[in-house]
Design a protein around this ligand. Sequence first.
Ligand SMILES: Cc1ncc(COP(=O)(O)O)c(C=O)c1O
Length: 399
Amino acid sequence: MRIPFGTISVTEKSKNLIADILASNRLSSGKYVREFEKKFAGVVGATQAVAVSSGTDAVALALAVLYDFGAERGDEIIVPALSFVATGNAILQAGFVPVFVDVDNKSLNIDPSQIENVITERTRAIIPVHLMGKPADMDAIDDIAQKNNLYVIEDAAEAHGAVYKGRNIGTLGDMAAFSLYVAHIITTIEGGIVTTNKPDFAEVLRSLRSHGRACKCESCVLNTASAYCAKRFKHADSADIRFLFERVGFSTKMNEMEAAIGIGNIDEYDDILCRRRENLYYLMEKFGKFEPCLATIRKESYEEIGPHALPIVVQDKAQFTRNTLAGHLEKNGIDTRNLFSSMPTQCPGFSFLGHKIGDFPNSEYIGNHGIHIGVHQDLGKQECDHVLDTVEEFLSENT
Ligand SMILES: Cc1ncc(COP(=O)(O)O)c(C=O)c1O
């Protein structure tokens, strides 16, 4: 039996849309991207969504918005030490300095009790990462942010469908960044999207994704209908707004075919979410019997976890390594991924920031002892039972 980490649902509707798009020759960002944005905003319950070409760019652009609202280059952004490296990369790419905080070893998310220790005059924002779709401790984070006048940008790359105390992830901060990469719950193959309830932030996001242009309408008549743009020469000094660059921008638009895949996914979203959640919760519940050797996350009564993947952390009582466990799973057809790394101390690209091993013990432990495996919509109870049997067999041979 093969249990791949991810899958992709390409619906008939998407295939038909892609054929139409190709026939129309209107391939770059246009009306289908606009439709996808509206639908995605609806799913999350935000008023605005701005699509870009990756989840990493979604984080970077959300941060770059802050330059229009008082931030300066070199300001500091608080982020958990443990995340997929993209979160840290995006902070640096946007021109900010990442300030890392260790995670809680049970939730895998930023430990709010350590945040205030690292706030300085230059701190502008906190990025809680809802790792493996488990909501970060948003009440505590929002309290700290409010008290210290900081923005909150959710890294919701892995948290489609997650809910925290009755509120959807993606609506809990000033902006939220989702990845739409192929293994994620709603995908456009490659892609990302920022949600926000602030129209002025969305406007800057639209400018940033297209080189920082002064033209940033929600729907562009030139892109959607090849019609005449009445605003084009109406700017000060009659400048052409398409070639007036107001801020340092990125080049990160989504194209129409990617949007078509996303629109098809949103049609099937309830079904995809439900199947993935069933798999995740089934595995989480059964994993209880593998304590004290293996741990996973637990679901609190006030939350729903976005069913991205099942994290597994080898505990220090175990007499085997993460790699021997991963090797056994792989040999039995189960794809595994490491559970990321402590960005500042286990990712060599961040060494110039001057941190040393031991600074983020929980993140480093998980970086050395964690894996995650797929729970996607093409798997069912039979595949989950295969995972459980394979782990059980491994433990019986290794404890
Ligand atoms: C937590 C987190 N943030 C950001 C990203 C970046 O997304 P992308 O791969 O679409 O650039 C990912 C990717 O999976 C992620 O897991």
